[in-house]
Design a protein around this ligand. Structure first.
Ligand SMILES: NC(=O)c1ccc[n+]([C@@H]2O[C@H](COP(=O)([O-])OP(=O)(O)OC[C@H]3O[C@@H](n4cnc5c(N)ncnc54)[C@H](OP(=O)(O)O)[C@@H]3O)[C@@H](O)[C@H]2O)c1
Ligand SMILES: *[C@@H]1O[C@H](CO)[C@@H](O)[C@H](O)[C@H]1NC(C)=O
Ligand SMILES: *[C@@H]1O[C@H](CO)[C@@H](O)[C@H](O)[C@H]1NC(C)=O
Ligand SMILES: *[C@@H]1O[C@H](CO)[C@@H](O)[C@H](O)[C@H]1NC(C)=O
Length: 315
């Protein structure tokens, strides 16, 4: 009983903290009406949550939008909702499971064969889970970082050919407690606390990936941006809040809805004039300084080379 009370008290304080630091600064809406007619957008995990609302907005701007998701049935309803709400029929499902590198490779082959353009790539899919991927890596690390790293590399030439083009990486403020331990980051973990840690490490990896990608893309007119969407009422965050389930209804009051959560991704995908901030981190539709461990160029470079090595891409 005392433990329950203590936990609930803690959860309440946590909720209050979220509320103060985020909802007080209500999510600004991305008002720019940049048209995306004639452009192709590829978004991972566009079937629910932040990804679905991002895809909807970009479809409303006239883009051809490919939802790269692992489950056709679960994506079908998102496809028809987005088509209906945007009046844009060029919204399509393509099969991608980031937890399986052979699926990432097959997806890239199929995409490059069937789609002539790629103007905006949004690495949005994310999980916080234990266990291992089909390839034996830390599942969270692979889905959130390594799978997206491979996908981005395989599509880079197409992005360059369609320049000016963009890569948006959905990271998180959770990178605050992340660190890159090259001995362990790719190995599987157990236990709820460790899931959360693995998530934070992978979100740090997202920001470092974006940073090094920008260096490598200099002079190509392909730019990239890392995003913190705010704390958003989606299935992902419910996993974190599992231990305060009895007061989930309360906590939800303090979270952004997915439309609000999508604003910074939309901003980085569409706002003109931010190209000089390629490689940087955005929140609330504004440039922000990430925590110091996300500004370390040496670790960013090392993570790139480490990822290449894990994937067998190193020369
Ligand atoms: N919610 C927040 O407060 C918050 C805060 C900071 C950052 N973020 C980031 O925002 C992004 C979107 O998350 P969300 O909050 O919108 O969560 P969500 O509603 O749970 O969406 C996660 C998406 O990732 C997809 N996904 C999971 N595993 C996959 C795999 N192996 N292959 C392909 N797709 C996979 C899911 O597809 P299925 O339907 O197949 O599972 C789903 O579409 C994530 O990168 C997350 O880290 C969220
Ligand atoms: C929106 O983008 C257009 C170009 O598409 C630009 O001229 C305009 O200044 C932008 N508006 C805002 C509010 O950023
Ligand atoms: C991967 O697993 C290791 C332990 O095996 C853990 O220490 C690390 O935090 C995890 N990292 C990521 C990014 O998943
Ligand atoms: C990048 O864009 C600028 C301005 O539009 C253009 O002058 C330049 O040739 C482009 N560079 C490449 C490599 O496409």
């Amino acid at each position: 009983m005392a433990l329950m009370l203590a936990l609930s008290g803690l959860a309440l304080l946590g909720g209050l903290y979220l509320w103060l630091s985020y909802n007080f600064l209500k999510a600004p809406m991305c008002r720019n009406r940049t048209s995306l007619r004639g452009k192709t957008v590829l978004i991972t995990g566009g079937n629910k949550g932040i990804g679905e609302k991002t895809a909807l907005d970009l479809a409303q701007r006239g883009a051809r939008v490919i939802l790269a998701c692992r489950d056709k049935a679960r994506t079908e309803s998102a496809v028809s909702n987005i088509r209906r709400e945007s009046g844009n029929n060029e919204v399509l499902f393509m099969s991608l499971d980031l937890a399986d590198l052979s699926s990432v490779r097959a997806f890239a082959d199929e995409f490059l064969r069937s789609e002539p353009r790629l103007d905006i790539l949004i690495n949005n899919a994310g999980v916080s889970a234990g266990g291992r991927s089909a390839d034996g890596f830390n599942l969270t690390f692979q889905v959130n970082h390594l799978g997206h790293f491979l996908l981005t590399n395989l599509l880079l030439d197409r992005l360059k050919r369609c320049a000016p083009s963009r890569v948006v990486v959905v990271a998180s403020q959770a990178h605050r407690v992340g660190r890159i331990d090259f001995q362990n980051i790719h190995k599987p973990v157990d236990g709820l606390l460790k899931f959360y840690q693995a998530y934070c490490h992978s979100k740090l990896a997202n920001i470092l990936h974006t940073r090094e990608l920008a260096n490598r893309l200099e002079g190509t007119n392909v730019t990239c941006y890392a995003v913190h969407p705010g704390f958003v009422d989606t299935e992902l965050i419910h996993q974190f809040l599992i231990w305060c389930k009895p007061i989930l209804f309360l906590t939800r009051l303090f979270l952004r809805n997915p439309v609000e959560g999508a604003q910074t991704s939309i901003y980085c995908a569409t706002q003109e004039g931010i190209e000089m901030f390629s490689g940087h981190y955005f929140a609330n539709c504004k440039l922000q300084e990430p925590y110091p461990q996300a500004r370390n160029d040496a670790v960013a470079k090392k993570l790139w080379e480490f990822s290449e090595k894990l994937l067998g891409l190193a020369k």
